[in-house]
Design a protein around this ligand. Structure first.
Ligand SMILES: O=P(O)(O)OC[C@@H](O)[C@@H](O)c1c[nH]c2ccccc12
Length: 272
């Protein structure tokens, strides 16, 4: 069994357990069911912003411990002050060291789109995402049958949540595209083998239909890479480890975004 299969098997057990402990009726009592969501799509494409979705990630199966003890409050506020467009908060506990409490904390301190980063296999997790204040959820094409992915996307939309669908190759992309998606992310990291290659993004960008916001995900550690990805057609960039591995993730994000803006300005002057 590869790691992705292991995570998904675990998620089914987790959903069964949680839904018996916290029934849907209780989730629906959350104040966030009345509130409107902040659009990830809009923020990522806002030319005044960087397009960067900064991720809060304590550990991962590929890297092990990145930063076990970190303050969501300090890091998420710092990310936004540094010029990120949005936040991605890992809520998986067993494999990524995150929690729903991390997302709730991020929500408390920030008015910006927040992606619930988890492995969604059931409607219950989407209701849970809404109940903790997320604006957007992730659906991973590699882990869902196309019809199931489409059902989950439609369910998210019925709650007003936006959907980021993640793909890793053109086959996944073609079989899973549907109208209820808002953003399509290309994961440069193969979740089964952990191999990382930016070429994955470059190969797939032109295959994503123009109506979807295009995100390049994972393995980004250099501001100049963003220039290459932007030129290729990406609107947004998901960055986690490169910031989280620093002793001060928010400072790392600040320096990165400052450098990116400098490069972007230079690029725009050349093209003017
Ligand atoms: O830390 P990185 O290499 O910058 O990657 C961030 C993000 O793309 C990655 O955490 C991720 C992409 N898709 C996922 C699906 C589940 C868990 C995590 C992920």
């Amino acid at each position: 069994m590869n790691i992705l299969d292991k995570i998904i098997a675990h998620k089914h057990l987790e959903v069964a357990e949680r839904s018996s402990l916290v029934p849907v009726k209780l989730l629906e009592k959350s104040v966030f069911f009345e509130g409107t969501v902040v659009s990830m799509k809009k923020y990522v494409c806002d030319p005044e912003k960087s397009g960067i979705i900064s991720e809060f990630k304590r550990k991962s199966p590929s890297k092990g411990l990145i930063k076990g003890v970190a303050s969501v409050e300090a890091v998420s506020i710092g990310y936004m002050q540094a010029g990120a467009s949005a936040l991605s908060i890992l809520t998986d506990t067993d494999f990524f060291g995150g929690s729903n409490a991390d997302l709730k904390d991020a929500r408390k301190f920030n008015f910006c789109p927040i992606l619930r980063k988890d492995f969604i296999v059931d409607e219950y997790q989407i209701l849970e995402a809404k109940s903790i204040g997320a604006d957007c959820i992730l659906l991973i094409a590699a882990t869902l049958e196309p019809t199931r992915l489409m059902e989950l996307a439609a369910f998210s939309k019925s709650l007003g949540l936006e959907v980021l669908m993640e793909v890793h190759d053109s086959e996944e992309l073609e079989r899973s595209l549907c109208d209820d998606l808002d953003l399509v992310g290309v994961n440069n990291r193969n979740l089964k083998t952990f191999d990382v290659s930016l070429q994955t993004s470059m190969d797939l960008v032109d295959k994503i239909p123009s109506g979807f916001v295009k995100i390049s995900e994972s393995g980004i550690s250099d501001p100049s890479t963003l220039i290459t990805l932007k030129r290729a057609g990406f609107d947004g960039f998901l960055i986690g480890e490169n910031f989280m591995k620093s002793s001060r993730p928010e400072q790392a994000a600040y320096n990165f975004i400052k450098e990116y803006k400098k490069l972007l300005k230079k690029e725009n002057e050349v093209n003017a």
